[in-house]
Design a binder for this molecule. Structure first.
Ligand code: GLV
Ligand code: MN
Ligand code: MN
Length: 412
């Protein structure tokens, strides 16, 4: 039975981990950064060395394919992929696994001369982690990019997307041209680490993803009054930070209580203005993220959190602005792709279970234009978005072989 080479796969994952690699392990490789652009160049070299056609689209998405040098409406491909950008101080597998394993599958198929009616392609999607706006490359590819917003898209530190892309040699205004011709993708399947503890705790090697959570991000800004931090009596202060802090704690409780057991919430960006110790904060600002696999639950939570922000502001005598930043809807994976993954598990001799993805993925965008699905492998200790994110090499090999046989079945 045809199988991937773990040795080659591992060597490439370790090589990719070197771009933006951190001294204590892990990697920082935000999209469009010099380290990311070096990794892009390396990936293009690896795709070509593997005998594949390789190209980059105007959104910066990198492609490698068997037999075709572009995507076209009249010749659908079976597509796999993931991303090579990382969060700051992230791990070596989030995204990298799906890209490198996709390349490994295509190289294996090519070398073995394995039959496939449809061409196979692998993609590395730009800015999956959303430094400038989440799932940027796959949104451009699937026609879901808000073109009007491109000039104002910026990272949390204020760096504009147009500048970051220009530095990397891209014109952000041309990103919408990356949109795939209708019918160019016959099916999409992405291999990824689970990034949570469910598979490991169940002792199962493969997860067949049935749906992907929706994510809402909202900027909540509480504006009070700057005052002398020593002389202003406590009962006269209108502290923007304390309102933000109280909101963060109460929103957490609200989501746990009302989220139906599968919703989560996080405040990962906080800023205090003017940000010095001897001034009562005039402004406390946070980015509040919520996720749920259930669209109605997520919409309900968003409404309740907005009402909570207004109550908190009234109680603390400050003003509040609630500004939605982004919202993705939960996505369903195609039954046809889930069955193909399950059949590949049987071929390879592995047990599997269906589960939802608690993280966002490019597959949720691909699901809008093609039958899409995902394959998960266990993450050690459920750890991810941290430098010690890892999976066993045997688990990686198993996942890549399930991807290989899924691709072959979808392309047969
Ligand atoms: C992707 O990494 C996410 O934040 O879900
Ligand atoms: Mn990630
Ligand atoms: Mn990822």
């Amino acid at each position: 039975m045809i199988a991937v080479s773990l040795e080659r796969l591992r060597a490439r994952l370790e090589a990719l981990a070197g771009f933006g690699g951190l001294p204590g392990g892990g990697v920082t490789r935000p999209c469009w950064s010099p380290r990311h652009e070096e990794a892009r160049g390396w990936l293009l070299g690896e795709l070509r060395a593997a005998g594949l056609e390789a190209w980059v689209d105007p959104a910066g998405n990198v492609f490698g394919a068997t037999g075709v040098g572009a995507l076209a409406a009249d010749r659908p491909v079976v597509l796999t992929g993931s991303h090579i950008d990382t969060v700051p101080e992230g791990g070596i597998l989030d995204g990298a696994l799906g890209v490198v394993a996709g390349l490994e599958c295509l190289e294996t198929v090519r070398q073995a001369g394995a039959a496939h009616r449809l061409p196979l392609a692998v993609a590395a999607w730009s800015d999956e982690e959303g430094r400038y706006g989440s799932l940027f490359g796959s949104r451009a590819f699937t026609g879901r990019l808000d073109v009007e917003r491109i000039p104002e898209m910026a990272a949390a530190d204020g760096e504009r997307l147009v500048d970051a892309m220009a530095r990397a040699g891209f014109d952000a205004r041309r990103a919408p041209e990356a949109r795939a011709p209708a019918g160019a993708v016959a099916a999409y399947v992405e291999l990824h680490i689970e990034q949570g503890p469910r598979l490991e705790e169940a002792g199962l090697p493969i997860g067949v993803v049935d749906s992907i959570v929706g994510v809402r991000r909202t900027r909540v800004v509480f504006t009070g009054q700057a005052d002398h931090a020593g002389t202003t009596p406590m009962d006269r202060r209108r502290d923007g930070f304390l309102a933000a802090a109280e909101y963060a704690l109460r929103a957490r409780d609200l989501v746990v209580r009302r989220g139906g057991g599968r919703s989560v919430t996080n405040v990962g960006v906080v800023s205090v203005h003017p940000g010095v110790s001897n001034i009562v904060p005039a402004r406390g600002e946070l980015v509040h993220e919520m996720r749920s696999p259930d669209a109605d639950v997520l919409a309900g939570l968003a409404r309740e959190c907005e009402a909570l922000a207004r109550r908190t502001a009234r109680r603390r005598r400050v003003a509040v602005e609630v500004r939605p930043l982004s919202a993705t809807a939960p996505a369903l994976c195609a039954e046809r792709v889930q069955r193909a993954v399950e059949a590949a598990c049987v071929t390879v001799g592995l047990a599997s279970t269906r589960l939802y993805s608690a993280a966002g993925h490019d597959a949720q965008n691909l699901a809008a234009i093609a039958d899409a699905g995902m394959i998960f492998i266990p993450s050690k200790g459920g750890r991810s978005h941290r430098v010690d994110e890892m999976s066993d090499w045997e688990a990686i090999e198993r996942g890549a072989n399930v991807l290989l046989h899924t691709l072959l079945a979808l392309a047969a």
